[in-house]
Design a protein around this ligand. Structure first.
Ligand SMILES: [Zn+2]
Length: 351
C-alpha cells in the first residue's frame, strides 16, 4: 500500500532506493548474543516496507507546496550530510529518517515535497526558520523533544540515578519472548506493556513466523552491581554513564531485536547496522506505534526502548555512586550511550 502510494512521487525514489543489503542470514556476532542464534534461515523483513501505517492518514499524497528546493536538498543530504549528531562523525541521516518522519506525521519519503512541507510546518511550530530542510539544528530540536520524553534521561540530566528494583519487584519474560531464550527480567507493568505491543505488531504483520527473532528481548533489567563488576573485570566500561547509571537498572528499559546487518549483533552501533534497522519494517512500525503502548526510543540505538507507564524508582545523586571504571578509555571517541550527559539537553533546557 505504501509503495503504491509513494510510487507516483518522484521524491519518494530516495526513500525507496534505500539499499536493501544482503539478507541477514549470518548469525549476529554481538558480544552479548553470539551463542543464541536460532538455526532456521529467515526471510529478511527489510524494504520495501509493508507495515500498515495505522496512525497516519491513508490517503496521504506525497506532493505538497513546500519551500523551493527543500525536497531536493533533503534528497541529497539524506545520504551525504556530514555531521556528528551524537558526537561521532556520521554521513547522512537515513538512520533517523523513520523517527523524523514519525515526528512529522508523514509516511512520505525524505525527498518528497510532502516531507519538506511537513518539516517547514514543524519548524514554524518550534521557532525555527521554515526552510523545509533537515539540518543539524532541526535535528537537535527534535532530539531535545525525544530526550525529554524519556523520564530516565530527564532524571539523569539532573544528576540523579534511579534505584534498581529488588528481585521481588521483577517478572521474568517467557523463553519465546527472550532472544535465544536468555533470561530477561522486567518490572511487571513493563512486561505486560511489551506483550501488548508485540500482539499489536503481530496483528499488523510485523511480527511473524518468518523471523521469530523480531521484537524478542535481548537485554532487560541489568543489576547495577553486576554491570559494574563486569566493567571492572573486563576493563571495558563501554561509556562512563552506562556503567555508573544505565537505564537498564530501572527494570523499565529493554533492548529488542530489530534487525542485524551481516556480521553484526543486534546491539552493534555500527552505522551499517543501524541503517539496516532503520530500513526494517519493524523499526518503522515501532517509531509510529510503540508510543501507544508507552514506549520511547533512544534514537541513537534503534533497539533500546524504555517504558514510561510507571516512573523509575527514586534515585540517588550519580556522584554518590561507585565511580569504578569510569575513567575514559583511551580508545578514541566513546560510544554514546543512553543517558550520557553529552546527549542530553543542557541543564537549563530541562524543565
Ligand atoms: Zn539498552
Amino acid at each position: 500500500m505504501l509503495v503504491l502510494l509513494l510510487a507516483g512521487c518522484a521524491g519518494a525514489a530516495a526513500w525507496l532506493a534505500w539499499p536493501t543489503g544482503s539478507p541477514p542470514l549470518d548469525p549476529p556476532t554481538g558480544d552479548q548474543t553470539a551463542s543464541v542464534e536460532p538455526t532456521t534461515q529467515y526471510i529478511p523483513s527489510n524494504d520495501p516496507p509493508s507495515a500498515p501505517l495505522s496512525p497516519l492518514p491513508v490517503d496521504e499524497t506525497c506532493e505538497a507546496a513546500a519551500p523551493d528546493g527543500a525536497a531536493e536538498a533533503n534528497a541529497a543530504s539524506l545520504n551525504t550530510l556530514s555531521w556528528a549528531p551524537f558526537g561521532r562523525a556520521e554521513t547522512g541521516w537515513v538512520i533517523y529518517a523513520p523517527r523524523i518522519g514519525a515526528e512529522l506525521a508523514t509516511a512520505c519519503g525524505p525527498g518528497t515535497t510532502r516531507f519538506a512541507a511537513a518539516l517547514a510546518r514543524w519548524q514554524a511550530g518550534h521557532g525555527l526558520p521554515q526552510t523545509g530542510v533537515l539540518d543539524a539544528a532541526v535535528f537537535d530540536a527534535m532530539k531535545t523533544r525525544w530526550t525529554l520524553a524519556r523520564p530516565f534521561a530527564v532524571i539523569n540530566a539532573k544528576g540523579e540515578c534511579p534505584n534498581a528494583p529488588s528481585a521481588a519487584g521483577l517478572a521474568p519474560a517467557k523463553p519465546h519472548e527472550a532472544y535465544g531464550a536468555k533470561p530477561a527480567l522486567l518490572r511487571p507493568g513493563a512486561l505486560e506493556a511489551y506483550r501488548r505491543l508485540v500482539e499489536a505488531a503481530r496483528e499488523d504483520g510485523v511480527v511473524s513466523e518468518r523471523d521469530p527473532r523480531v521484537l524478542t528481548i535481548f537485554s532487560a533489567f541489568r543489576d547495577p552491581a553486576a554491570d559494574a563488576a563486569r566493567c571492572a573485570r573486563d576493563n571495558n566500561c563501554q561509556g562512563v554513564t552506562r556503567t555508573i547509571c544505565s537505564a537498564h537498572r530501572t527494570g523499565l528499559a529493554m533492548d529488542l531485536y530489530i534487525a542485524a546487518a551481516p556480521g553484526h549483533g543486534p546491539d552493534s552501533s555500527a552505522d551499517d547496522n543501524r541503517r539496516a534497522m532503520a530500513r526494517s519494517d519493524v523499526y518503522r512500525w515501532m517509531v509510529r506505534n510503540a508510543g501507544r503502548f508507552g514506549f520511547v526510543n533512544y534514537v541513537f540505538e534503534p533497539w533500546h526502548w524504555e517504558w514510561t507507564g510507571e516512573a523509575p524508582l527514586p534515585g540517588v545523586p550519580i556522584s554518590s555512586l561507585p565511580q569504578d571504571g569510569s575513567q575514559p578509555l583511551d580508545q578514541g571517541a566513546p560510544t554514546p550511550q543512553p543517558g550520557l550527559k553529552g546527549l542530553l539537553p543542557r541543564k537549563n533546557e530541562v524543565r
